[in-house]
Ligand binder design. Structure first.
Ligand code: IPE
Ligand code: IPE
Ligand code: MG
Length: 265
């Protein structure tokens, strides 16, 4: 109550978690929602340069989008939202842009930590975290620790993440267990691999959303997306609104998922 009141006073722009009966959700089919949505937040650079701004202005604008989409996902009651923030390939970018992104993560964590915790979010960072700046790693671990007993949405932020790299790390751990005699090679099945992935414990990805027009996975959640539906939109990430996210949910509700079987089986 107090939070709402302060929010109302503070800024008219503040986006609250939409209620179940919010007009935003009027066409939602609640029994046909995905459990796990993955988002490739692409197009920050194009958004900025299209406006005559420097690319990093797009990354900053994209943070606000992320905040609103997380709140929308919470309102929808999704089990998990996994967002692609920095790939193992993104180190190829100019150093100032990489540095800017690392600082932006830190800033985001400092600014948003409390509110995410109040929203009952369980944050988790996926990817080769040990390859990130030490100060940022510490902040990430602290954020995870703070929210570990929450019971709400699993919010996975992929940073220094690559699907192939994740599989390599998982396979290395399994091989080490086999070499130590803890498991037999034939114990390595789908479930065993699933449990070694950074997303262990999350349901499989039902829906992958990619903004900004490109239609590829760019090394995101290769294993977890085995049977995902795909939703592509030309909207650049900083312009992607809760209404656009909801439109993806509505589209998903109309898909016929057969998982290799037959319809109406
Ligand atoms: C996505 O936006 C954010 C990151 C990859 C960090 P881009 O920076 O890739 O934006 P475009 O694709 O160049 O427009
Ligand atoms: C994918 O976007 C990675 C993130 C959104 C963090 P990219 O912009 O890096 O992907 P490509 O290079 O267009 O495939
Ligand atoms: Mg891009």
């Amino acid at each position: 109550m107090l939070k709402k009141f302060i929010g109302g006073l503070g800024s008219s722009e503040k986006f609250e978690i939409p209620a179940h009966d919010s007009p935003l959700f009027q066409n939602i089919q609640w029994d046909r929602l995905p459990r796990h949505v993955a988002v490739i937040m692409d197009g920050n650079g194009r958004w900025a340069t299209g406006k005559g701004l420097i690319r990093t202005a797009g990354h900053r604008a994209g943070v606000k989008t992320l905040k609103n989409i997380l709140k929308t996902a919470i309102g929808l009651g999704l089990d998990a939202l996994t967002v692609y923030a920095f790939s193992t390939e993104n180190w190829k970018r100019p150093r100032p842009e990489v540095d800017f992104l690392m600082n932006l993560f830190s800033e985001y964590l400092i600014k948003e930590l409390r509110e995410m915790d109040e929203d009952n979010v369980r944050i988790h960072f996926i990817g080769r975290i040990e390859g990130l700046p030490p100060g940022l790693q510490k902040q990430m671990r602290e954020a995870e620790e703070l929210m570990k007993d929450n019971t709400g949405i699993h919010f996975n932020v992929a940073a220094n993440y690559g699907g192939q790299d994740e599989l390599v790390r998982a396979v290395q751990r399994l091989a080490a267990k086999a070499a130590a005699g803890e498991i037999q090679p034939e114990d390595i099945d789908e479930a065993a691999i699933d449990q070694e992935l950074d997303t262990a414990g999350n349901p499989p990805v039902d829906l992958v959303i990619r903004t900004s027009g490109d239609e590829r996975l760019s090394n995101f959640l290769l294993w977890q997306s085995a049977y995902a539906e795909f939703y592509f939109t030309d909207v650049n990430w900083p312009d992607f609104r809760p209404e656009d996210f909801v439109a993806a949910m509505e589209d998903f509700a109309g898909r016929s998922r057969r998982f290799g079987g037959l319809k109406n089986q």
